[in-house]
Design a protein around this ligand. Structure first.
Ligand code: B12
Length: 210
């Protein structure tokens, strides 16, 4: 069924995709497995966009479908037994970038895994991260970005945090479709997370949670 879901999203069959998600949940599928299918479908949508098969309207529709799927799944994840709170995370999509589907998934996976998350939204200026670190006092900062131009914004954000004298107080993890360890090094972050669960594992490790 997860293969059918990938195809339905990738083929822009919105009603079918949402119906499948509900059926999968009723059938006992893991919410995280459904999210993974949505992520795989988005990669196909991206390839079709690159290949000139899809255009911006399809990207927007695909984005909306995944947001709706995320909203259906959220209450299921929230049903998990109450977990101990481990610490605080500030997260946002860096300046110049408005992609937020992945960030939203990371944000709520952190939440359901015991972190208090302050989500600053999209196109977040470096200074806003600095202010949030001062006010919210997180142990971890998550920077998300999908565009190649986000790499510079990530670097600038890390530099602004350093210039504000706050770099030693936080661990910084970056993530987003094209991010890898080279970009992590370029941006001066502490780690990169390939997916939401990698972000959760890193944050847990950094705050010493089991
Ligand atoms: C959906 C989409 C959109 C939607 C976004 C909707 C939304 N609300 O986010 C819309 C239509 C708005 C959009 C706009 C644009 N897009 Co777009 N978009 C995509 C698309 C198809 C999917 C992205 C996505 O959501 N993937 C699914 C999520 C779940 O994956 P993810 O973000 O990688 O997240 C996971 C991990 O990376 C990780 N993660 C993510 N963030 C973080 C953070 C931390 C801390 C951690 C630990 C982990 C982590 O965990 C997530 C969950 O597991 C990609 C193509 C692709 N290859 O995927 C193009 C793509 C990213 N877009 C692209 C482009 C060019 C644009 C536009 C410039 C188009 C235009 N001409 O206007 C604009 C950008 C405007 C801007 N300033 O940002 C290009 C980028 C190319 C580049 N090299 O920069 C891509 C690659 C398409 C392409 N092949 O050309 N886009």
């Amino acid at each position: 069924m997860s293969k059918q879901l990938v195809e339905a999203i990738a083929d822009m069959k919105e009603k079918e995709a949402l119906k499948l998600v509900k059926e999968m949940l009723e059938g006992g599928s893991e919410p995280v497995a459904i999210l993974d299918a949505a992520r795989r479908a988005m990669a196909i949508v991206g390839q079709r966009y690159e290949g000139g098969v899809y255009f911006l309207p399809e990207l927007i529709l695909a984005g909306e479908m995944v947001s709706q799927i995320t909203n259906i799944i959220k209450p299921e994840l929230a049903k998990m037994p109450e977990v101990k709170r481990h610490g605080k995370v500030v997260i946002g999509t860096v300046a110049g970038d408005i992609h937020d589907i992945g960030k939203n998934i990371v944000s709520f996976m952190l939440d359901v895994n015991g972190f208090d998350v302050l989500d600053l939204g999209v196109d977040v200026p470096a200074q806003k991260f600095v202010e949030a670190i001062r006010d919210f006092k997180p142990q971890v900062v998550g920077l998300s970005g999908f565009l190649t131009l986000a790499f510079d914004a990530m670097k600038e954000t890390v530099e602004a945090i350093k210039a504000a004298g706050l770099r030693d107080q936080v661990k910084i993890v970056i993530g987003g479709g094209q991010v890898n360890d080279k970009i992590q090094e370029y941006a001066g972050a502490d780690a990169y997370g390939k997916d939401a669960m990698a972000g959760v594992s890193l944050a847990k490790k950094w705050v010493g949670a089991k």
